[in-house]
Write a protein that binds this ligand. Structure first.
Ligand code: CUO
Length: 643
């Protein structure tokens, strides 16, 4: 069977090799040694959506090459989506590959990369293909101008080099203390991939609880950022106000590959209308219509029917409306608060387009979190989500309790310790050249947060054998002023650390779960050069690759813990064991369906947990005693930070 697969070119190794080559030095022509791709780029005849896109190209309507690309630009998005459609329509991998090769030579490179990444993510034909890290394919979006300039010099002088990348700005800016979070390459990679797994424009097969995932993934980013701030002696983020100055400025020190510098914004910039996008009044109107709907407990659909939201599924609709996605029931009325806000914030340096500046960092999911205004914006929306959640009836004893499980003790095996380390990123693809010039080894190293390995040890006594759901959260214990928080105050700041299903046997037992097994994180991405070597070797040897369940969406595993303090920072470790009936798939105790479902769901399947995301901490707690039950345990842990 293996031999047959190789001959027909449908095995994973061949596919991986083709995708590698399609993304190799993506701003240059396809290497002539990649003969099949080169051939397809000349002689392939696109069909379906591809034919439509080809006509646009022949009519000279497509965005030029070597120009910036923004997903928030409607025409540029339309072009990219034509390629997504053309790729997803393919019924065999060769057609997929040839379509990509053909348009790679004709379309804007940014549009091409976006479309190919989205299509590989969603196409069954590409099952098992690992996408190369975007920070290596498009390093300009993840590094800064200083590093890119040095890379050019190294290349021109043919001198291999490795340089340090500093965080943006200076220590004079208190926000720089948490730049390691907003600028973390793994976190930015998670964020951009989250938006590729769950595109707001998605018109393919229905994605389960997409709006709720929008809420939850971004709520978690917000909660995590706030925890990092507390450990760096900064107050939690305040929200954004349309009628007040945008308090923090930002100078990105980042350059587009084509199209100049990312614009800067000084401190205390007053919001201005952005020509062709929205006025401040429009933004406020969208907000107040959404707030009205929350107060009323229903949205009004397109056709005027009420869509009630004071229930478990309300958050999903609210997420669709706020983002807004194609699932929004009435985008004409409720607008696209979040998407417009990203553009508004991205354009404040040149709101009238007088200076022809390219879009700001806020207009790209790769770069958005670098700007402190990202977290203000998301806090603002998070507070709107909270308004809705706080309207729901607090969980009852019946909903919280699981009489079978009695947690007797929760301990951490090992010490919760964070530290900074250096991480090297290959910059081979940062530099334009031709195939005649030899590559030199050019890389940068960045400082990034990591932690020592640890495990949870949960002692539990069960009355009878059963499958159970274990939910683990880490929550700030004190506010910025050192005042201890009550459950109802800290629950919204809780970080989801893990959720898994397990078998309980009758009697006492200890559940050990490693931090590295967390269902919200992914390990480091495989470097592009390794992907290339692995696929080329496999193809040469006639063997196949086994890449199962490797996703790019997921918080970096090394950032599972928020940074601690040298003297230790106290957190509440919240553990809840509930009935395994919560599982949406019957085999979750033995098969996690990919390891990163907490913030990213299970690809192509329903979300594994039947309960609302964030359960049981997502609703108001009016009586803390309801949580003093045997299947819920809250203990204090300390996170240390070592130099
Ligand atoms: Cu991810 Cu605003 O949704 O950036």
């Amino acid at each position: 069977a293996a031999v047959l697969a190789v001959i027909s070119g449908t095995d994973v190794a061949h596919k991986q090799q083709a995708i590698n080559r399609l993304l190799y030095k993506v701003t240059e022509p396809i290497r002539s040694k990649f003969t099949d791709l080169k051939e397809a780029s000349k002689s392939f005849t696109p069909t379906g959506a591809g034919a439509k896109l080809d006509k646009e190209h022949k009519d000279h309507r497509l965005l030029q090459q070597k120009h910036w690309f923004s997903l928030f630009n409607p025409r540029q998005r339309e072009e990219a989506l034509m390629l997504v459609d053309a790729l997803l329509e393919s019924t065999d991998f060769d057609h997929f590959k040839n379509t990509a090769a053909y348009f790679r030579e004709r379309m804007n490179e940014g549009e091409f990369v976006y479309a190919l990444y989205v299509a590989v993510t969603h196409s069954d034909l590409c099952d098992g293909v690992i996408l190369p890290p975007l920070y290596e394919v498009t390093p300009h979006m993840f590094t800064n101008s200083e590093v890119i300039q040095k890379a050019y010099t190294a290349k021109m002088t043919q001198t291999p080099a490795k340089f340090e990348m500093e965080f943006t700005g200076s220590q004079k800016n208190p926000e720089q203390r948490v730049a390691y979070f907003g600028e973390d390459i793994g976190m930015n990679s998670h964020h951009v991939h989250w938006h590729m797994d769950f595109p707001f424009w998605w018109h393919g097969e229905k994605i389960d609880r997409k709006g709720e995932l929008f809420f939850w993934a971004h709520h978690q980013l917000t909660a995590r950022f706030d925890a990092e701030r507390l450990s760096n002696y900064l107050p939690v983020v305040d929200e954004l106000y349309w009628s007040r100055p945008i308090k923090e400025g930002f100078a990105p020190h980042t350059t587009y590959r084509y199209g100049g510098e990312f614009p800067s914004r000084p401190d205390n910039k007053i919001f201005e209308a952005v020509e062709g996008v929205a006025r401040i009044r429009d933004m406020k109107e969208m907000e107040s219509r959404i707030r009205d709907a929350i107060s009323h407990g229903y949205f009004t659909s397109h056709s005027g029917d009420p869509i009630y939201i004071d229930n478990e599924r309300g958050i999903d609709i609210l997420g669709d409306v706020i983002e807004s996605s194609t699932y929004s029931p009435n985008v004409e009325y409720y607008g696209a608060l979040h998407n417009y806000a990203h553009i508004m914030l991205g354009r404040q340096a040149d709101p009238k387009g007088k200076f022809n500046m390219p879009p700001g960092v806020m207009e790209h999911f790769e770069t958005a979190t670098r700007d402190p205004s990202f977290f203000r914006l998301h806090k603002y929306m998070d507070n709107i989500f909270k308004l809705h959640k706080d309207k729901l009836t607090p969980y009852t004893h019946e909903e919280l309790a699981y009489d079978n499980a009695h947690i007797t003790d929760v301990k951490i095996d090992g010490e919760l310790t964070t530290y900074f380390e250096d991480f090297e990123i290959d910059l081979t693809h940062a530099i334009d050249d031709t195939e005649e010039i030899d590559d030199v080894a050019v890389s940068t190293y960045v400082h990034r947060l990591n932690h020592k390995p640890f495990a949870y040890k949960i002692k539990v006594k069960a009355d009878h054998e059963d499958t159970a759901t274990v939910r683990i959260f880490l929550c700030p214990k004190h506010d910025y002023n050192g005042i201890e928080l009550h459950l109802d105050e800290y629950r919204w700041g809780c970080i989801e650390m893990d959720k898994f299903w397990t078998h309980l046997s009758a009697g006492s037992q200890e559940i050990t779960r490693k931090g590295s097994e967390s269902s919200v994180t992914i390990p480091d991405r495989v470097p592009f050069s390794d992907l290339i070597k692995e696929a080329d070797d496999a193809v040469a040897a006639g063997s196949d690759l086994d890449h199962k369940n490797i996703r790019a969406c997921g918080h970096p595993a090394r950032m599972l813990l928020p940074k601690g303090k040298s003297e230790g920072m106290e957190f509440n470790l919240f553990v809840a064991i509930t009935s395994g009936d919560d599982a949406a798939h019957p085999d979750l105790a033995t098969n996690e369906h990919g390891s990163t479902h907490g913030y990213c769901g299970i690809h192509g399947q329903v979300y594994p947990d039947k309960r609302p995301m964030g359960f049981p901490l997502d609703r108001k707690v009016t009586d803390e005693r309801e949580f003093h039950i045997d299947n819920i345990n809250v203990s204090t842990v300390k996170v240390f930070h070592k130099k």
